[in-house]
Design a binder for this molecule. Structure first.
Ligand code: ZN
Length: 170
């Protein structure tokens, strides 16, 4: 188990388009294992390889269920993921990013998506996702294209402002 350093803005790797994975070798297996460990320790619900300064198209996501907190989190590890269908229906949700500490933003995303890619051994995988996990995948796959949530956010704010907002709303 190895925890890798998570890079933060304005590190240039975060703005590069990551390369497709072509070799499903030991180095890739180590990268994926390290990414899972790093995500868990952070802690976060998703991590893309560029965030650990590796410009390859690899993401890991670990998330349970929007409605039922008793459902154990499911771990997804995806190589060369590509969103092949975005629902027309969208939803605004508040996102943060391990590479952009201290900022949150409201981002409009599709409520459901279809993702095609490969598993860690190179076999094809296809997932249909909806709700928050679909949002996480969209956020992580943006990282592979050098896109950050702050590029898409309708509004960006500091976490304290949320506390004030919710107090005001209460
Ligand atoms: Zn992020």
């Amino acid at each position: 188990m190895a925890i890798r350093n998570i890079i933060t803005v304005p590190h240039p790797t975060l703005r590069r388009k990551a390369r497709p994975v072509t070799h499903f070798d030991n180095e890739l297996q180590t990268l994926i294992d390290d990414m899972v460990d790093t995500m868990r320790v952070a802690p976060g619900v998703g991590l893309a390889a560029p965030q650990v300064d590796v410009s390859l198209r690899v993401i890991v996501v670990e998330y349970g269920d929007d409605e039922d907190e008793n459902v154990p989190p499911r771990l997804y590890m995806m190589v060369n993921p590509e969103i092949t269908r975005f629902s027309r229906e969208t939803e605004i949700g508040t996102e943060g990013c391990l590479s952009i500490p201290g900022l949150l933003g409201d981002v409009e995303r599709s409520t459901s998506i279809t993702v095609k890619g490969q598993n860690r051994h190179g076999q094809p995988v296809k997932l249909k996702l909806r709700g928050w996990v679909a949002r996480i995948f969209q956020h992580e796959i943006d990282h592979l294209n050098g896109v950050l949530f702050t590029d898409k956010a309708l509004e960006v704010f500091k976490p304290t402002e949320i506390a004030e907002q919710s107090t005001a709303a209460d």
